[in-house]
Design a protein around this ligand. Structure first.
Ligand code: HDE
Length: 704
């Protein structure tokens, strides 16, 4: 082929023309453009402390020649970069973490020696990490998923990790099934999707063959797995633990976290759209709340019960697929947790923090829950591969905040420099090496274990449906409808008909109406048979405490309001509605077609917080639409504006609108109901914004 000399010559010429003069390579790389003038910068150095005069150019044999292998600065920087990722958690990879404190308000001295549960009024540091379970570290914040709720208490007697979830029960009864459960829920191995979703064949196949998971299925199909904010979820220790007192006496305990802001969830359609609008919705919400000084707070509560009481329960409390209804064993609030400090560095803290249910302090002991027993092994093991060294406890976020010393030595990344020649105990050579300090404070429950060894599931674990039924029947009609819709949505994504049918068969034991609703939603021609239950299904007393809508607080604290404006909007109306919402506790954001602002009716330029296309109404709990007629006309042609009001309506939110606002509502074909108020009626708007317009739901969604 003939070479086009002219072209290649002219390209060469261009390059030459643009080439920086020698000796001014910084300028050529644009290096000085963004430096902060007058700041006090530390000298940039290599990891060996060698100062760097040029961080823009690698070492080359000549200006356009090859890069030299001897460039140790380039190699150090890139090698570090290449290793900046560590294996992510096999579950709970995606998370938000924050520092805070725990304060005991009510002593449990009668039950335990653990100072964290007996010394009131002290502020004990905590680090709390709230996670989704199924997705990878880069997955979105709002899939339908359980949230992990892990708290590390840096107590004076050592670290206590309470590694729980926002749902009080679990899928399985025995730890040996955990890898199968997780393999089934994670993306399917041949295709690598779906990420972060239960709505696929392998998950429901496993579940349909695991009747013990039916109670958990009710929870995950409920709105509990679609939290509006991580500040609005409950936390549960799930398993029974034991408290051990001075005399060695043991009491069972279940741990609970109750959010001061109350509970709130999104609708499924809303959660799915939030995932598109803001992948980091929950992380950002927590970050902004802490930054604004609105510190998330939870009450800490316990359910205490004896073995004798446990013997009277119509279920086995050692079975993690069961909960103890509050109506049976009331909750006793004994303290509070406040999260008041965002980590300095996400990786160093939120990523490197290592929780372990086996981390308990004297006075807290384990129960025989077979799931808990398996967990006691798993977490330390996983940290070794995830953090890469037996010394991970020395990382600041993991290190106890009380003195700790022993003779464990060496290993990757040993940070401490133990002194002296003695690295064992007992010894007679050292005066100051760590020694055991009898009597042992780590009491264990004085239990005598008898019975036959074997791979056995206790008979008392056989009832798989009664609490699922109790949960479903205890929900409000809206919540029941959401469970039915969620099941229809999820099972509609399942390709295998026999799996869909098997699930409907299980639902017949949970509640026949629910089974029919789901069968109908799936378009099944015939009702599938119900499998033979391992134990008869019992009717248990209803437990209203299991509802979520009932626990939504009548407040705008922690909630957000979006005000949509455009050129010509009424300045006074914006001011009034903003003030009313802010006074009621909401975070208010102004949205306009352009991020540069909007020119209001009085000619002033109003600064805004978000551009319409990138700030849809799914990001708010309630919205106000304040528009001139011209503004409304223009926005009526804009699908982002139409979606803004349509979604606000479909997601059952309060809408305040002036004349222009109503023009946009009409253009969006949005009906009028009690949740749509005049912009002037600020009090009515605030009242409507504190809840969702549940009565609207039947007009906007097929729920059967
Ligand atoms: Fe976990 N779980 N889990 N889990 N879990 C992990 O540990 C495991 C279970 C929970 O923010 C892993 O450090 C087994 C129940 C939370 O860092 C791993 C079994 C509950 C977190 C592990 C369970 C949980 C984890 C993965 C069945 C609620 C995140 C990374 C016996 C009570 C903690 C890690 C954080 C993390 C194992 C079941 C809660 C692999 C074997 C039940 C909140 O060790």
């Amino acid at each position: 082929m003939k070479k086009d000399k002219t072209d290649s010559n002219s390209a060469h010429h261009e390059l030459k023309k643009n080439r920086p003069p020698y000796g001014n390579s910084k300028l050529a790389a644009g290096g000085e453009l963004h430096q902060i003038k007058g700041g006090k910068h530390h000298a940039l150095t290599t990891n060996q402390g060698v100062a760097l005069g040029d961080n823009q150019n690698s070492l080359r044999a000549n200006p356009r020649g090859p890069t030299l292998l001897e460039d140790f600065i380039l190699r150090e920087k890139i090698t570090h970069f290449d290793h900046e990722r560590i294996p992510e958690r096999i579950v709970h990879a995606r998370a938000t973490g924050a520092h805070g404190f725990f304060e005991l308000t009510h002593s449990l001295k009668k039950y335990t020696t653990a100072r964290i549960l007996t010394e009131t009024g002290e502020k004990i540091p905590v680090f709390t990490r709230i996670s989704t379970v199924a997705g990878g570290a880069g997955s979105v914040d709002t899939p339908r998923d359980v949230r992990g709720f892990a708290v590390k208490f840096y107590t004076k007697e050592g670290n206590w990790d309470l590694v729980g979830n926002n749902v009080p029960v679990f899928f399985i009864q025995d730890a040996i099934k955990f890898p199968d459960l997780i393999h089934a829920v994670k993306m399917e191995p041949d295709r690598g999707f779906p990420q972060s979703a239960t709505a696929h064949d392998t998950f429901w196949d496993f579940i349909s063959l695991t009747p013990e998971s039916m109670h958990m299925v009710m929870w995950i199909m409920s709105d509990r797995t679609l939290p509006r904010s991580l500040r609005m979820i409950e936390g549960f220790g799930v398993h029974s633990f034991r408290l051990i007192n001075e005399a060695g006496g043991s009491t069972f305990v279940k741990f609970h976290w109750r959010p001061r802001l109350g509970l709130q969830s999104t609708l499924w359609d809303e959660a799915a759209k939030i995932a598109g609008a803001d992948q980091d919705f929950h992380r950002r919400d927590m970050f902004e709340a802490i930054k604004a000084g609105q510190f998330p707070e939870w009450d800490f509560a316990v359910q205490l019960f004896t073995q004798e009481e446990a013997n009277t329960f119509p279920f086995d409390h050692l079975d993690a697929t069961k909960l103890i209804p509050e109506e049976l064993v009331p909750l006793k609030v004994i303290g509070r947790m406040v999260l008041d400090r965002w980590p300095n560095n996400f990786f160093a803290e939120t990523e490197q923090v290592a929780y372990c249910p086996a981390n308990v302090v004297p006075g807290i002991d384990f129960s025989n829950d077979p799931l808990l027993q398996g967990r006691l092994f798993s977490y330390l093991d996983t940290q070794l591969s995830r953090l890469g060294s037996a010394n991970f406890h020395q990382i600041p976020i993991n290190a106890p905040q009380c003195p700790f010393a022993n003779h464990q030595r060496d290993g990757h990344m040993q940070m401490s420099q133990p002194q002296g020649r003695v690295a064992y105990e007992p010894n007679s050579l050292s005066k100051d090496s760590p020694r055991e300090t009898p009597p042992d404070k780590l009491h264990h429950a004085a239990i005598i274990e008898i019975g036959q060894k074997g791979r056995i599931r206790a008979e008392s674990f056989a009832d798989h449906y009664s609490q699922a039924r109790q949960f479903y029947l205890s929900q409000s009609s809206h919540e029941q409808a959401h469970i039915a819709s969620a099941l229809v949505f999820e099972l509609s994504k399942v390709e295998h008909l026999h799996v869909r049918e098997a699930m409907v068969g299980h639902l017949r034991h949970v509640e026949d109406g629910l089974a029919h609703r789901v069968a109908d939603g799936l378009g099944l021609e015939q009702m599938p048979p119900a499998p033979l239950p391992a134990a008869p299904v019992q009717d248990m007393p209803l437990s209203p405490a299991l509802q979520l809508i009932g626990k939504m607080k009548d407040t705008l604290d922690g909630r957000s309001v979006g005000i949509l404006i455009a050129d010509g909007s009424d300045r006074d109306a914006i001011k009034a509605i903003k003030k009313a919402a802010t006074d009621a506790g909401a975070a208010v954001k102004i949205i306009a077609p352009k991020v540069g602002g909007a020119r209001l009716d009085d000619g002033t330029l109003r600064k805004v917080d978000g551009q319409l296309a990138g700030t849809p109404s799914v990001l708010f709990d309630a919205v106000a639409i304040i528009l001139s007629e011209d503004g409304a006309k223009a926005l009526s042609q804009d699908s982002a504006a139409i979606d803004f009001v349509r979604n606000a309506f479909a997601h059952l939110k309060a809408i305040a609108a002036d004349g222009g606002g109503r023009t946009l509502l009409n253009a969006a074909n949005v009906g009028i109901d009690g949740g749509i108020v005049d912009v002037g009626a600020c009090d009515a708007f605030v009242a409507a914004a504190k809840t969702r317009q549940w009565d609207r739901e039947k007009y906007v969604r097929t729920l059967d």
